[in-house]
Design a protein around this ligand. Sequence first.
Ligand code: AMP
Ligand code: MG
Length: 397
Amino acid sequence: MIPFEEALESVRAWSRNVDPMGVERVSLADAIGRVLATDAVADAPYPRFDNSAVDGFAIGCAEDGRAGAALRVVARVRAGDPPLTSPIAAGTAVRIFTGAPVPAGTWGIVMQEDVTLLDDLVVLVKVAAQEGQHVRRAGSDIKSGMTTVGAGERINAGHVALLATLGEPEPEVRARVPVAVLTTGDELVPAHQSPAPGQIRDSNGPMLFALAQGIGCAVSPPSHVLDSGEELERAICEATSSHRIVLITGGASVGDHDFVPSVIRRRGDVSLHGVAIRPGKPLLFASVGGTALFGLPGNPAATFVGFHLFVRECVAGMQRERYEPRWVAVQYTEQHEACERDDFIRATLDWGASPPEARAVQEQGSFALRSLAEADCLVRIPAHAEHQPGQLRKALL
Ligand code: AMP
Ligand code: MG
């Protein structure tokens, strides 16, 4: 059994060294969740020009900003207008609206709420103004030449806003990782069928499809393979020829009907088989050329944990994503004695407590499904640790 950190490092290193996914351009409408392939560099500052943060009046000197100053309104400028180039004369003000370029020589802007309109053309300043107030300075957020969204960033809605502002309507992103899902087991029937006595419905196939889709992979519909070495070998060959990651669930252990390890050994380079984690000990990781194969144990919780700990890392590596798994400190409420493996407990989080309190979802057996739907995190209890209620642990969100 390989310790967790070591196993993780081996998947990470392999996936960061293998050929990365190619690049393609997508429209901003399709960019969410994709991994940016090239740095997005600002070709202009943002804000692009000094502009007004409020609806109000631009004034030209300190004298005109004192309480009681009466100013004649000589011009109007609204968002979209070109900047006024003649300086604001003393005793006058320019009517200005949010987003409008500030006129040349603006000393500050007085909010509309801080003046009294005497008539259409004259305003009385009620509240003394400060120099530079309510002016949004060019470049105060982004300087020209700045790398604004770095290569490897997984694009969120904020990145989309930045890319649009930088004039990047079709950012270059990494191709989606093509993923195959193979389920194994003579006992399995698809969700639309009624299981005969002794049979169960396949939950891992749809779950792995959803997990991989959820992180932006191009997932083929899961294929099912009976517990037969030949059939499995054929399915694995076919899947590896057209995918970069092949996820196989079930048959990864040492039972008489567990053909995955022997078949994969014939077909590829196995770098891991057996990781000191619970659930998920039989986890297997191998490669065939540039394709990664994961043999995930059939127990649903083991498959789920294996995906979050290892497959996620591999997808990130192949896309050269800047990926830091989100481990947070939590107070784990239950007493717990870990075995010779690291335990990963499916838990809900109470964010109201500080640090957040993690409570195990009831039924932690590796067959259990409810915990997968309800868990906010996986609490890690290291091998051999004797955990007392309330002690701090790391949890993967
Ligand atoms: P295995 O790893 O093949 O020995 O399977 C371990 C346990 O997980 C057994 O109880 C299987 O019936 C169950 N199992 C295997 N594959 C699936 C699947 N796709 N969906 C739900 N349960 C599964
Ligand atoms: Mg099986």
